[in-house]
Design a protein around this ligand. Structure first.
Ligand SMILES: Nc1nc2c(c(=O)[nH]1)N[C@H]1C(S)=C(S)[C@@H](COP(=O)(O)OP(=O)(O)OC[C@H]3O[C@@H](n4cnc5c(N)ncnc54)[C@H](O)[C@@H]3O)O[C@H]1N2
Ligand code: MOO
Length: 410
C-alpha cells in the first residue's frame, strides 16, 4: 500500500522555486507586442528622460527670487520677454525681472528656475502682475528626473506591465529581449471522462471540466495550451500519450488519477518521463491533497487531483508559481489578494492549509467573506464564489469578524 508523504504549502512553494528553473530561449519583440513578457536582460538608460527641463503647467518661466513677496494685495511686476513654442528649443534666456510664457510640457528657458501658473498672474500690455511667490523648482520637471542616463531602469526577470512599456518607450527602446512564450500541454485521464462537447451522456460518464478550467487559467497567464484529449485508465495508453505531449511542450499538466487507488497511474506515468521525477506527492492542504509535482529531464510535470474544484484551486496556487518560475519571472508578486472579514467561524486542523471558497460582499465600506460550503467535486462552489480564503497551516481556524487574506478569483 502506497501512502502520501505530505509537504506543507510553504515547503511546496520552496521546492517549486528550488527545482524549477527558467527556459533559456529568448526573442526580440517590438515594444507594442511585449506586454506581460519577461525581460531577459537588464535595460540601462541610454539617455535622460526628459532630455531637457520642462514646465508641468501653462504659465510663465521666471527666476523664483523675482516673485518673492508677491501676493494678491501686493503684486510684483515682471517684463514679458517672449514665448516658448512646443517641440522647439527655448533659446532666449530669462533675465532678472523677466518672464517668458511656457505651455505645459514646454522647455524651460535658460536662466529660469520655476514656472508661475497663469491663474497666479496677469499679463497687461507686456507687463506681468505676479500675485503669488513661488519656490525654485516649482512646476518644473528637471532633465533626467524621470530616468537618469546610465541607471538600470529595469532588471532581468521583470514582467512587462503597461507602465514598464511606457517607460521603455520614453527612453526610445523600441524592442526588448524577452523570454519566449511558453507552451503547456494538457491531458485528462479517467474511463468515465468524455469530451466536453458530448451531447448526451451514457450512465456513469462525466464531461471533461478540468480541461476548460486549466485552459482558462493558462490563457490568463499568456501561455499557449496544447489539448491532448482524454486517456483511459490504462497504463500503456496513458504513458504513451503523456510522452507524446511532454515532447511537444515546456510543461505537462495531467488531470485525475493522482490519488493512490488501484487505477491511479499518474505517478507511475510521470516517473516514466524522466529524472529526477516526482518531488511532491501529497500536500497538507484542503482541497487538493493528492497533488503531484515533478521535473522530468528539466521539464515540469503537474498532476492535478481529479475533483474539479480541487484541480482549479491547486492549479491556480501552484501551477501559476511553476509557470512564473519557467517564464523567468522574479518572484515578488503574491496572487492578487485583499483582506476581508469572515462572516462565520471556520475550524481548521493545525498543520494543514485550508482554502475556503467565499463570496465577497461590500457592507458599510468593508469587504465581508461569506463561505460557500460544498465538496471539492462541485464546480459550482467556484462559480458561486469570487475569492478563496487562505487559512495558513499554523492556524486552528478563523473567528467571525476576523480579517483574512482572500485570493481573488474574478
Ligand atoms: N484512499 C484515498 N482516496 C482518496 C484520497 C485519499 O487521500 N485517500 N484523496 C481524495 C481526494 S482529496 C481527491 S481530490 C481525489 C483525487 O483523485 P484523483 O486525482 O485520483 O482523481 P480521479 O480519481 O481520477 O477523479 C476524482 C473525481 O474527479 C472526477 N474527475 C476527474 N477528472 C475530471 C475532469 N477532467 N473533469 C471532471 N471531473 C473529473 C472523477 O470523475 C472523480 O469523480 O481522490 C480522493 N480519494
Ligand atoms: O481534497 Mo480532494 O482535493 O478533493 O477533496
Amino acid at each position: 500500500m502506497q501512502f502520501f508523504k505530505v509537504k506543507t504549502v510553504e515547503e511546496t512553494f520552496a521546492l517549486i522555486d528550488e527545482k524549477i528553473g527558467k527556459i533559456t530561449e529568448t526573442e526580440i519583440r517590438p515594444l507594442d507586442e511585449a506586454l506581460h513578457y519577461i525581460l531577459a536582460e537588464d535595460v540601462t538608460a541610454g539617455e535622460n528622460v526628459p532630455g531637457f527641463d520642462r514646465s508641468t503647467v501653462d504659465g510663465y518661466a521666471v527666476i523664483a527670487r523675482d516673485t518673492y513677496g508677491s501676493s494678491e494685495s501686493m503684486p510684483g511686476f515682471l517684463n514679458v520677454a517672449g514665448e516658448v513654442h512646443m517641440g522647439e528649443e527655448a533659446v532666449k534666456p530669462v533675465g532678472r525681472g523677466e518672464a517668458i510664457y511656457v505651455p505645459t510640457g514646454g522647455m524651460l528657458p535658460p536662466g529660469s528656475d520655476s514656472v508661475l501658473m497663469i491663474e497666479h498672474c496677469e499679463e497687461i500690455g507686456g507687463l506681468l502682475n505676479t500675485y503669488k511667490q513661488i519656490a525654485p523648482g516649482e512646476n518644473v520637471i528637471r532633465k533626467g528626473e524621470d530616468i537618469k542616463a546610465g541607471e538600470v531602469l529595469l532588471s532581468e526577470g521583470t514582467r512587462l506591465r503597461p507602465q514598464e512599456l511606457g517607460a521603455l518607450a520614453a527612453l526610445g527602446v523600441y524592442e526588448v529581449k524577452v523570454y519566449r512564450k511558453l507552451k503547456a500541454a494538457y491531458l485528462s485521464s479517467g474511463d468515465e471522462i468524455v469530451p466536453f462537447e458530448t451531447k448526451t451522456l451514457e450512465t456513469g460518464q462525466i464531461r471533461d471540466i478540468n480541461y476548460l478550467t486549466v485552459k482558462g487559467l493558462v490563457n490568463e497567464w499568456d501561455i499557449e495550451l496544447i489539448y491532448g484529449g482524454i486517456t483511459r485508465d490504462d497504463y500503456q495508453e496513458f504513458a504513451q500519450r503523456a510522452r507524446e505531449l511532454y515532447e511537444q511542450a515546456d510543461c505537462l499538466i495531467l488531470s485525475g488519477g493522482s490519488s493512490v487507488g488501484t487505477k491511479d497511474y499518474t505517478t507511475e506515468v510521470i516517473q516514466s518521463l524522466g529524472d529526477p521525477g516526482v518531488f511532491v506527492h501529497g500536500i497538507s492542504i484542503k482541497p487538493g491533497k493528492p497533488t503531484i509535482l515533478a521535473v522530468a529531464d528539466g521539464k515540469p510535470v503537474i498532476g492535478l487531483p481529479g475533483h474539479p474544484a480541487s484541480a482549479m484551486i491547486i492549479f491556480k496556487l501552484f501551477g501559476e508559481r511553476v509557470f512564473r518560475r519557467l517564464k523567468g519571472e522574479r518572484i515578488e508578486r503574491k496572487p492578487e489578494r485583499i483582506f476581508a472579514r469572515i462572516v462565520k467561524n471556520i475550524a481548521s486542523s493545525p498543520g494543514r492549509s485550508d482554502y475556503i471558497r467565499v463570496r465577497l460582499e461590500e457592507k458599510d465600506g468593508e469587504w465581508w467573506a461569506e463561505p460557500i460550503i460544498g465538496k471539492s467535486g462541485l464546480i459550482t462552489t467556484l462559480v458561486k464564489s469570487n475569492g478563496i480564503v487562505e487559512i495558513v497551516s499554523e492556524k486552528e481556524g478563523i473567528s467571525q469578524g476576523e480579517y483574512v487574506p482572500v485570493i481573488l478569483t474574478r
